[in-house]
Design a protein around this ligand. Structure first.
Ligand SMILES: NC(=O)c1ccc[n+]([C@@H]2O[C@H](COP(=O)([O-])OP(=O)(O)OC[C@H]3O[C@@H](n4cnc5c(N)ncnc54)[C@H](O)[C@@H]3O)[C@@H](O)[C@H]2O)c1
Length: 255
């Protein structure tokens, strides 16, 4: 299939729904063979079916991205099914919203495992094959929350700060092997994650009304807004772009 990702094999973690789902569909439409690695098999299968119905190629590999054995098995299965991985979109992640002083050690450890350890595990599993294939592009989902804090989100903001630096550090260490690694940093986006975040922040008295979001970023973002930015970073269009934080927030962090 022709397109900006023609000839690429892309793993998208969290590629079942939301921005990950939009990216799975867009990357496939742009010619990539897509491996969706997600813990939500039903939603992932639905996305893969839509891709196939549109003429694209997609396979589903169920895994919890915070689990070493599951990640290694899913990446190996994806390589066997689709070939050497040349694009990795580390997108899976989640959020804990509560007052800091009510936060438990178990919640801290769990969120860091899902949001940060997952990037380490996925990237470590994919890199040897990507290097052997001659190089590739890694995109990590960070957030405006890496640089702009929100009350009730100390755990989440901290994980995204780590993701911000993870992307840079990988970029610097693997540049000489033709690997690029960049972060995409969404503002508030209309996904299951984003809508839950807005509802829970509102319940805690944080103003994330439509008017507040409009004042900060014009409107709520759509999953496709972020998928298009991830596509740019994944594709050869960004071949000299490495170690950057691409904010997709309509100016939220520019003020
Ligand atoms: N929506 C927003 O406003 C927003 C803003 C900035 C960053 N983000 C980031 O986007 C990601 C959330 O994605 P989304 O907003 O597209 O919402 P989403 O909830 O629709 O997508 C998350 C996907 O990740 C998968 N997932 C979650 N935990 C997993 C795990 N442990 N193992 C495997 N798969 C797992 C889910 O099944 C789902 O398919 C997170 O990394 C989040 O930090 C979201």
């Amino acid at each position: 299939m022709a397109g900006r990702l023609a000839g690429k094999v892309a793993i998208i973690s969290g590629g079942a729904t939301g921005m990950g789902g939009a990216s799975s569909r867009l990357f496939a439409a742009e010619g990539a063979k897509v491996a969706i690695i997600d813990r939500n098999r039903a939603a992932a299968e639905e996305t893969a079916a839509a891709i196939r119905a549109a003429g694209g190629i997609a396979e589903v590999f169920e895994a919890d991205v915070s689990d070493e054995a599951q990640v290694n098995a899913a990446v190996k299965a994806a390589e066997e099914a689709l070939g050497p991985i040349t694009v990795l979109f580390n997108h899976a992640g989640t959020i804990v919203i509560k007052p800091f002083l009510e936060t438990t050690v178990a919640e801290w450890d769990w969120l860091h495992a899902v949001n940060v350890r997952s990037m380490f595990l996925m990237t470590r599993a994919v890199l040897p094959g990507m290097i052997a294939a001659g190089g590739g592009s890694i995109v990590c989902t960070s957030s405006i929350s890496a640089v702009a804090a929100t009350p009730m989100e100390v755990l989440y903001d901290t994980t995204k700060g780590a993701v911000h630096m993870f992307a840079r550090a990988i970029a610097v260490e693997f540049r000489d092997r033709n690997i690029r690694c960049n972060a995409v940093c969404p503002g508030f986006i209309r996904t299951p994650h984003g809508l839950r975040e807005v509802a829970e922040l509102t319940a805690h008295g944080v103003d994330v009304s439509d008017a507040a979001i409009a004042a900060q970023q014009g409107r709520i973002g759509e999953p496709e807004d972020v998928a298009r930015a991830a596509l740019y970073l994944a594709s050869d269009d960004s071949q000299f772009v490495n170690g950057v934080h691409l904010f997709v927030d309509n100016g939220f962090t520019a003020i």
